[in-house]
Ligand binder design. Structure first.
Ligand code: COD
Ligand code: ATP
Length: 201
């Protein structure tokens, strides 16, 4: 049986940092952010719907979607965000399910479903166990502003577009606290791998 591990967190809480630990341990990772980028590449069905909905002003000169521009529209406006989610999420869900089934067919011991909106989009049923990468709100704000070069207001809009991390912490089966050093996060990851009997695989 393939253990489906639902990995989530808040924006900039350290989800990619932890998903890289799974990859280093040879556990395949299905990344919703990567798939969400692929399904809106020029020529894909969702691309045309995004352009129809948001207009050609969100395109770069080469015709690709300007993600920064689209982000600045949807992260401060719930109505617009819901429109984008309605276009992108069904295509992402379908592809994730396909890749999960591929991993099961290959008899992988485990597969990680890396989904930032795991709880917001009611996708927890896809996973056998859920893990949230948690940080305090001040740490989250600082890391997001630094990583994306955002103002405090822009970073707050992005954080507020998601379920509060402390609510995700209550919903998850397991919590990795990423407030401290990377070594501390790695130790918690290794403890979980032992718990799931995946340590040496
Ligand atoms: C708005 C877009 C164009 C901005 O692109 P950008 O390259 O700047 O960011 P990226 O896609 O890498 O996302 C970064 C993080 O933002 C957060 N985020 C992204 N989309 C959303 C959303 N609709 N609601 C809340 N948080 C979101 C997630 O934590 C994600 O990890 C892009 O995020 C997008 O298309 N979002 C809609 C699809 C979606 O929900 N993706 C998330 C996983 S399915
Ligand atoms: N324990 C840590 N100590 C210091 N910095 C960290 C730690 N963990 C992650 N970071 C940094 O915080 C930022 C966010 O981490 P990461 O990109 O892994 O988050 P994420 O949850 O995947 O974000 P998103 O969902 O927005 O893509 C990065 O710049 C990363 O280098």
């Amino acid at each position: 049986m393939t253990l489906a591990i639902g990995l989530t967190g808040g924006i900039a809480s350290g989800k990619s940092t932890v998903s890289n630990m799974f990859k280093d341990a040879n556990i395949p990772v299905i990344d919703a952010d990567v798939i969400a980028k692929q399904v809106v590449e020029a020529g894909e069905p969702a691309y045309h719907l995004v352009v129809e909905t948001f207009g050609r002003s969100i395109l770069k000169d080469d015709g690709a979607i300007d993600r920064e521009k689209l982000g600045s529209i949807v992260f401060q406006n719930e109505t617009e965000r819901k429109k984008l989610n309605g276009i992108v999420h069904p295509a992402v869900r379908k592809e994730m399910l396909k890749q999960k089934e591929d991993a099961e067919r290959r008899n992988e011991p485990a597969v990680v479903l890396d989904i930032p909106l795991l709880f917001e989009s009611n996708l927890a049923h896809m996973a056998d166990v859920t893990v949230v990468v948690y940080v305090d709100s001040q740490v989250q704000l600082e890391r997001l502003m630094n990583r994306n070069q955002l103002t405090k207001q822009e970073a707050e809009w992005r954080i507020q577009s998601q379920l509060p991390l402390k609510d995700k912490k209550d919903k998850a089966d397991e919590v990795i606290d990423n407030n401290g050093s990377l070594q501390s996060t790695k130790r918690q990851f290794e403890d979980l791998m032992k718990k799931w009997n995946l340590a040496s695989k």
